[in-house]
Design a protein around this ligand. Structure first.
Ligand code: ATP
Ligand code: MG
Length: 420
């Protein structure tokens, strides 16, 4: 893509009411636009990142047996009354609205009821199980705090998968598979090294649920990490009994601030019972379906990557989710047609090899272009200037390490290949 076609431009300042580093950087670099507190639009650059994160998650979900669908955002009162979760006294973060011809609807704040209600139509025998439907969807929560940028939105985009199994044993197998899938996802987006499997409260059906907590000061949770195993305990369940139960030692646990980037939860029959979601087993006996839920907030995940990996110059994307792999910066004035032509040639060579390139073809000062490039965080910068043309070379800079090298243009694809 030519940068002259991109309408977004780097800004020196984020809106004065934006206090979260992730949103400040993403706004300044032109990835997101702040509509209001807790609500952000994704601009072209931001959408490219979001789509890449979505693809990584989708690949892992499909690999584990997931099947993608999309539940409606507008939800009817009767469905949620079945579980007593329509009541604002019970759920305090609903956004609700009225229909013109009477009646109320709610905007999905989660998906359990929607899935149980739909799947009741399709599950009747043990032959129908297990199944693992999931969706990517915009979720609406009237959160009281929203000072964490895209890490806590009032509107946010998530992946939620629900497992429907015959019994606890079948459920457990999939639950473990999801933990592995989540680990793969957090590794793939570059935060695996600071993300901890964390024991958290499990609700009525299991002793614990599991959260994936990423250590960052921008988080809102406190966790206790066992530095040897990497396993952590959420402060909400932290006590001597739990520590002993997990075979951990109080002395080796370190308290850290962290953000929950994802969670896996055993739901038992909590959401199958109210919907009478049953199947006939091999002996013709009717049994309630055993469920689990598995969520990841994509905005929260992107915000966390920005918080964890950025430096004083701006964002540092891992290549896996960077909007482009290469930022090709030409340093050409209005009458440097040869430099522009040379940049265009390199742009063509790289894109033909399947490398995604953002080509800064604008007539701006070098300093301005470099500062903007650092802020944007594209993994490799390649500079075409008069001096480089004379030498028949290209100057490259690796964003993550700051390393600068003069290389042959033909070497760029293999260098890109090696970047993480
Ligand atoms: P938290 O305790 O941080 O509010 P939660 O327990 O409410 O999270 P879930 O309802 O389990 O979260 O949602 C599943 C996932 O969705 C979370 O692990 C998180 O990644 C993401 N998520 C939850 N709330 C938000 C939000 N307001 N903005 C962005 N992502 C969110
Ligand atoms: Mg919440």
């Amino acid at each position: 893509m030519r940068q002259s076609q991109l309408f977004t431009k780097a800004r020196k300042e984020a809106p004065s009411d934006e206090v979260a580093k992730n949103a400040q950087l993403l706004i300044r670099a032109g990835f997101i636009y702040k509509e209001m507190a807790g609500v952000y639009s994704f601009l072209p650059l931001g959408l490219r990142v979001l789509n890449k994160v979505e693809d990584i998650i989708r690949r892992e979900m499909n690999e584990a047996g997931g099947i993608e669908m999309r539940t409606a955002v507008l939800q009817s009162k009767d469905v949620w009354e079945k579980t007593n979760r329509w009541d604002d006294e019970v759920v305090d973060n609903w956004f609700k609205t009225k229909l013109k011809n009477g009646g109320e609807v709610g905007l999905s704040f989660t998906n359990e009821e929607a899935y149980s209600n739909i799947l009741k139509q399709y599950i009747s025998s043990y032959k129908d199980l297990p199944i693992y439907p999931y969706d990517f969807k915009s979720i609406f929560r009237n959160e009281s705090r929203s000072k964490s940028g895209i890490m806590r939105g009032r509107e946010f985009y998530w992946k939620a998968l629900y497992s429907f199994s015959q019994d606890e044993a079948e459920h457990e197998v999939f639950y473990e598979k999801m933990k592995t899938a989540y680990r793969n996802i957090f590794d793939a987006v570059g935060i695996g090294h600071v993300t901890h499997l964390t024991f958290a409260s499990g609700g009525t059906f299991s002793k614990f649920s599991h959260e994936f907590q990423t250590v960052t000061d921008a988080g809102e949770d406190s966790i206790y990490i066992d530095e040897k195993s990497g396993i952590a305990i959420n402060k909400e369940v932290y006590n001597d009994e739990v520590i002993a139960d997990l075979g951990l030692n109080k002395e080796s646990l370190v308290e850290k601030t962290a953000v929950e980037v994802g969670n896996v939860f055993s739901l038992g029959t909590k959401f199958s019972a109210p919907f009478d979601l049953k199947y006939k087993d091999k002996n013709g006996e009717e049994k309630l379906v055993v469920m689990g839920s598995y969520g990841i907030g994509l905005g929260r995940l992107i915000g966390t990557v920005v918080e964890v990996l950025s430096d004083d110059k701006g964002i540092v994307w891992p290549k896996s989710i960077a909007p482009f792999a290469v930022h090709l910066v030409e340093l050409a004035g209005a009458d440097d047609a040869d430099i522009h032509a040379e940049a265009e040639k390199l742009y063509g060579e790289l894109t033909r090899k399947g490398i995604e390139v953002l080509w800064d073809d604008r007539d701006l000062r070098a300093g301005e272009k470099f500062a903007e490039s650092d802020l944007m965080g594209i993994p490799l910068r390649a500079v075409i200037s008069k001096k480089m043309i004379e030498e028949g070379k290209v100057e490259i800079k690796i964003r993550a390490t700051g390393e600068v090298r003069i290389v042959d243009r033909a070497d760029i694809p293999s260098i890109v290949d090696k970047i993480n």
